[in-house]
Write a protein that binds this ligand. Structure first.
Ligand code: ADP
Ligand code: MG
Length: 341
């Protein structure tokens, strides 16, 4: 075959293959966009586990009519402009690919109204060139992204979808992760027109209420609170003492600069903090937040941004290990005292 440039729609579908694995990946990308736009309220409507519809409404900054086609184009982003920005990411997104990818494997419409614009506009793309179409719409300040019929044109992906219930559970988990990353944002999740979750905005002082709602009171009743700062690193949050740890790894939330991570090095550090107190039947259970200079972490490692790379990996590992260990030991000695005294 001769070498030729792929049609834009196909190039976007290939990019979608990396990031959009299932409905919950769409939810993650769209919710992150809303948060990057400064939204304080998000409503997430799901139909049929997300295969029929995923619709996210926010009250963020919106996209102007002129910029709507760009928002849907690949490699177009308002979040970084140069290499220096990439080296010190402040936003959740930066790849400029999500909307282009999702719209290449679904029927996506983007409706938006910035506060300064009189009229709302709706945009969608069509054809091999993914040419943007525009029409006036009615919408309050903010943005709605409506994703219908996910994977309708990519049967291979569609085949891998599980039952609506399973797909919805993945979405529920995605929203839980987000709920623990931004206490100040109100989230409401509906499935097939029924409200399933409601997380009202809380202040930092009430954060534990949201943690209880997301992870369960059995966790917050026993967890040790910690907040340690050292050499430009800060670790805060809650960690369950060994007897309150879960049997399954469904209570492990670790955030690096506000982004939920599944990082082997961090998992290892926390596991080690428990020493051999943890039996074979229990796994570490925690909600922890690590904060460090944006220039000390590289988030551009994995397209879905699940992984990061640390400049000072050894230091970070030891800091997390020591801080978690100390918190667990302080609790252990407290309960020793109450048992003996
Ligand atoms: P990225 O998030 O990496 O920039 P996306 O494809 O997810 O790429 O989004 C492209 C652009 O569209 C964003 O940079 C942003 O300017 C705009 N955008 C997307 N979603 C929203 C939203 N909910 N509110 C405001 N602007 C948005
Ligand atoms: Mg994005």
């Amino acid at each position: 075959m001769p070498i030729c440039l792929l049609p834009i729609s196909l190039a976007n579908q290939i990019a979608a293959g990396e990031v959009i694995e299932r409905p919950s990946s769409v939810v993650k990308e769209l919710v992150e966009n809303s948060l990057d736009a400064g939204a304080q309220q998000l409503t997430i409507d799901i139909e049929k586990g997300g295969r029929r519809r995923i619709r996210i409404r926010d009250n963020g900054a919106g996209v102007s009519k002129e910029e709507l086609p760009l928002a849907l184009a690949r490699h177009a982003t308002s979040k970084i402009a140069c290499l220096d920005d990439l080296e010190a990411i402040q936003s959740l997104g930066f790849r400029g690919e999500a909307l282009a990818s999702i719209s290449s494997v679904s029927r996506l419409t983007l409706t938006s109204k910035p506060a300064a614009q009189e009229q709302a506009w709706r945009a969608w793309v069509e054809g091999r060139d993914m040419q943007a179409e525009l029409a006036p719409a009615s919408h309050p300040d903010g943005t709605t992204v409506d994703v219908e019929d996910l994977f309708f044109n990519t049967p291979a992906r569609r085949k891998f979808l599980r039952t609506d219930k399973t797909e919805f559970n993945h979405i529920d988990e995605t929203i839980k992760r987000i709920a623990l990353s931004r206490f100040d944002v109100r989230l409401s999740l509906n499935h097939n027109q029924k409200n399933v979750r409601n997380y009202p905005a809380v202040t930092d002082d009430q954060a534990i209420e949201r943690v209880a709602k997301v992870v369960g009171a059995a966790f917050t009743d026993h967890a040790v609170a910690l907040d340690v700062e050292q050499m430009g690193l800060r670790l805060w949050g809650w960690i369950a003492p060994q007897h309150a740890c879960r049997h399954q790894a469904d209570g492990q939330y670790f955030y690096v600069n506000g982004r939920m991570m599944r990082d082997r090095m961090l998992n290892h550090a926390i596991r080690q903090a428990y020493g051999d107190t943890l039996g074979d039947d229990r796994v570490p259970t925690y909600v922890l937040y690590l904060q460090l200079a944006a220039t000390d972490v590289d988030v551009n490692v994995h397209p879905a941004k699940h992984e990061v790379r640390f400049q000072r990996a050894r230091e970070v590992h030891d800091f997390v290990l020591q801080s978690a260990r100390q918190a667990l030991r302080s609790r252990a000695s407290e309960s020793d005292e109450t048992h003996t005294g």
